[in-house]
Ligand binder design. Structure first.
Ligand SMILES: [Zn+2]
Length: 430
C-alpha cells in the first residue's frame, strides 16, 4: 500500500491502541492527565501531535519506580513470554517485555526487514552478534527461520569459529555490526592468512550502529569481502528491525507500516516535519498494536535523513539513512557533529587512511572546545603525512564546518571493536 492508502488503517489501529493505553497503562493515564489531553482529542492521525512525547529517561524512571517493567507495562506478567534489555550510556539495563502476540509481530516485521535486505530461504546466515538479551539476537533468529533461511548462531567473540564454520558450511550471509565486518576482515587476513573473499560470503546484513549505510564504510566492506552490504534499523523498545535496505542500497525502507507509526521531528522544537526527500530530524515511534510495553511518540534519539519516497525495487515505503544518535552527538561552537560523520570523512581517504578514527575528549561532552581532536590511522602507502593530515583537516572543515586537529598514527594503532565501534575516547575521569 502507498502511504495515503495506509492512513485509515493506521488511524483505526492507533485509536484502538489509545483505548488500550488508557485502560491498561497507569503511566500514560497520568501523562495524558498532566497534559490535559483526552481520548476524544484523537479523531485523526493529524491529532497525534496533541499527545505528549515519551522519552527514554521517563521509561527508566518508570521501571525503577515499579519493577520489573515499569508503570508503562500494560499487559499482565502471566502473558509476558520473554524479556530483552538495552544498555544505554548510563550502563543501567532497561528491560522490555513481549507477549506472544508482540513476539509474532516482532518476528513478522523483522523477517520483512531481512527479506528486504536480501535474505532468502536458500541462505545460510552466520549470526556473529549477541544472542543474550540483545534485541538483535533471538528475534533475528525467529525472523530468519520464518523466512525459511538457515540460522547459524555463532555469537560474539568467536571470530575463529566464524572462519571455521565459513570453511565448513559455505554460508552465503553474515549478520553483524559494520564495525565487526571491518574487524573480521583484518582478523581473517592476520590469523587465517586468507583473503576475506575466499570465505565466500555474498551478503552482509548489518545493524545496531550507523555505518553500513555510510558510503565510504560500505565501500570498504564491499571491497574487503566482495559482498553486498545492506543495513537495518530498529530498537529494543519498539521492534528490533523496522527499517532496512533493499538491493538498490539507496536507504532503508520503512517495513512496519501497520505496527509502528513514525514521525520525523525537529529535535529542538518538537515540530513534526513532512516525510519528503531531504528532510532531516529525529525519528519518533508510536506502537499501533503492542500489548506489553506500548509506547506513544517515543523519541528514539536517532537522527535520520529521508532519502526518497519511491524506489526501483517497487516498494512504496519511504527510505531513510541514520546519520547518528543524539547520545553520541558533539557540539562544536554550536555545530552538531556525529562521530560517525567524522569516520565517514576519514574513510573517504581509504586506502591512504585505514578509516579507523577516535575522537579525543578532554572533558565531558556534548560541548567541545575547538579544534576537535581526531586520531586517525594512515594506510600503508608511504605518502606525505603532513599533506595528508592537512587534506583530512580541510575536508572535515568543509563538510562539517568545524575545525579539527588530526593526529596521524600508524595502521593498527587504534583499538578494533568486535561489537559496536567506540569512536570517542575520554581522557577524563568520569
Ligand atoms: Zn527499494
Amino acid at each position: 500500500m502507498n502511504a495515503e492508502d495506509l492512513r485509515p488503517l493506521q488511524q483505526a489501529k492507533l485509536g484502538r491502541q489509545l483505548d488500550y493505553l488508557i485502560a491498561r497503562s497507569p503511566f500514560y493515564r497520568d501523562k495524558f492527565a498532566a497534559e490535559g489531553v483526552r481520548r476524544e482529542d484523537f479523531r485523526s492521525l493529524e491529532d497525534l501531535v496533541r499527545f505528549p512525547f515519551t522519552n527514554k529517561e521517563e521509561l527508566r524512571e518508570s521501571q525503577q519506580a515499579c519493577p520489573p517493567l515499569g508503570r508503562h507495562m500494560a499487559a499482565d506478567m502471566i502473558d509476558v513470554i520473554r524479556l530483552h534489555a538495552s544498555t544505554g550510556t548510563t550502563g543501567v539495563p532497561s528491560f522490555v517485555g513481549i507477549t506472544r502476540k508482540d513476539a509474532e509481530i516482532w518476528t513478522k516485521v523483522t523477517a520483512r526487514s531481512f527479506y528486504t535486505m536480501g535474505i532468502r530461504p536458500r541462505d545460510i546466515v552466520i549470526h556473529a552478534a549477541s544472542l543474550a538479551m540483545f534485541a538483535g539476537g533471538l528475534p533475528v533468529k525467529d525472523a530468519i527461520e520464518l523466512i525459511g533461511a538457515t540460522f547459524v548462531p555463532v555469537g560474539t567473540g568467536a571470530s575463529e569459529k566464524v572462519i571455521l564454520y565459513a570453511k565448513a558450511l559455505r554460508p552465503s550471509a553474515l549478520h553483524c555490526t559494520p564495525s565487526y565486518a571491518i574487524y573480521l576482515a583484518d582478523y581473517v587476513r592476520r590469523e587465517a592468512k586468507l583473503d576475506p573473499r575466499e570465505l565466500g560470503f555474498k551478503k552482509f546484513v548489518c545493524g545496531a550502529e550507523p555505518g553500513a549505510g555510510i558510503p565510504a564504510v560500505r565501500a570498504k566492506i564491499t571491497e574487503e569481502w566482495g559482498a553486498r552490504v545492506t543495513e537495518g534499523l530498529g530498537n529494543a523498545d519498539m521492534v528490533p528491525v523496522i527499517f532496512s535496505e533493499c538491493a538498490d542500497q539507496s536507504g532503508m525502507h520503512y517495513n512496519a507500516q501497520e505496527y509502528v507509526y513514525n514521525e520525523i521531528i525537529d529535535p529542538e522544537s518538537g515540530e513534526v516535519l513532512p516525510i519528503e526527500a531531504g528532510v532531516s530530524g529525529e525519528l519518533v515511534y508510536t506502537s499501533l498494536e503492542r500489548e506489553c510495553v506500548p509506547l506513544l511518540r517515543f523519541r528514539t534519539r536517532d537522527r535520520v535523513t529521508i532519502l526518497g519516497t519511491s524506489c526501483k525495487c517497487g516498494r512504496t515505503s519511504y527510505k531513510l539513512r541514520c546519520v547518528g544518535r543524539t547520545d553520541d552527538m558533539l557540539i562544536v561552537l554550536g555545530v552538531n557533529v556525529f562521530p560517525s560523520a567524522v569516520r565517514d570523512i576519514v574513510s573517504s581517504f581509504y586506502p591512504q587512511m585505514t578509516g579507523e578514527v577516535q575522537i579525543l575528549l578532554d572533558r565531558p561532552g556534548p560541548g567541545v572546545k575547538p579544534p576537535l581532536r581526531v586520531m586517525a590511522e594512515y594506510g600503508n602507502g608511504g605518502q606525505d603525512q603532513a599533506a595528508l593530515q592537512k587534506k583530512v583537516e580541510d575536508k572535515i572543515k568543509s563538510v562539517l564546518s568545524v575545525s579539527a586537529a588530526v593526529q596521524l598514527v600508524p595502521a593498527g594503532t587504534l583499538p578494533r571493536f568486535e561489537m559496536k565501534g567506540q569512536l570517542i575516547k575520554k581522557l577524563f575521569e568520569e
